[in-house]
Design a binder for this molecule. Sequence first.
Ligand code: ZN
Length: 265
Amino acid sequence: MRTTTFAAFAACFLIAGCQQAPDAPFPSGTIVDMSYAFNDDTIYWPTAPGFNKATDFEGVTDAGFYYTAYTVSTAEHGGTHLDAPIHFSEGKWAADQIPLENLMGSAIVIDVQEQAAANRDYLISVTDIENWEAEFGPIPEGSIVLFRTGFGKFWPDREAYMGTAERGPEAVALLHFPGIDPAAASLLATERSIKAVGIDTPSIDYGQSNLFESHQNLFGANIPAFENVANLDRLPMTGATVIALPMKTEGGSGGPLRMVGILPN
Ligand SMILES: [Zn+2]
């Protein structure tokens, strides 16, 4: 009996999701900040207004104490942000409706840096997913699937990151960055059971997409996306935990996201 209890206790440290010992620090592991700061350089879609931070007050008040306050404004889809399923799928979850448990969990990383370096219009394929599974096994149920294209290293250089630094509606046709092939998105949406996807580019559909079919395929299955994810190069292929909490805008189609990776020690 004692042996069984000890075995269960020991297994506790090996299995993700198990409760920690009461005196263990929380969270245990190395923390990685997976969000970019919002500032004047933050990359937005060419048609979206950028981030704005206006000063309401900054300095020493008449009463003698220091005080700062700002008013910020932002498009939902810029910087490190959430795409809620309703962004491309009527009736699906808005930013405030996604269950919190779907925004945190075990992460897997599918690396396509080599392919994306050779072709900035690269579409992450069904084969890329199958190759990952051939090495690590089937994508575990409830995973957050992160795609590492390597484009994060270009941030915040708009031209290198997106393919163009131009803005306005005409600039959209000039976008060149990798994304998920709609067939791969469809596979994840229908034949796997995942919580969310994430990518280190401005969009889960590649820059040249006109129909945003990967958005449609995933969001139709209520699978949200995280875009412009930072520091993806620091995550292992398996074993990390991710927590990605967006601003809770009622009915929002997305929004600024504070995303954290916790790496096993
Ligand atoms: Zn978006």
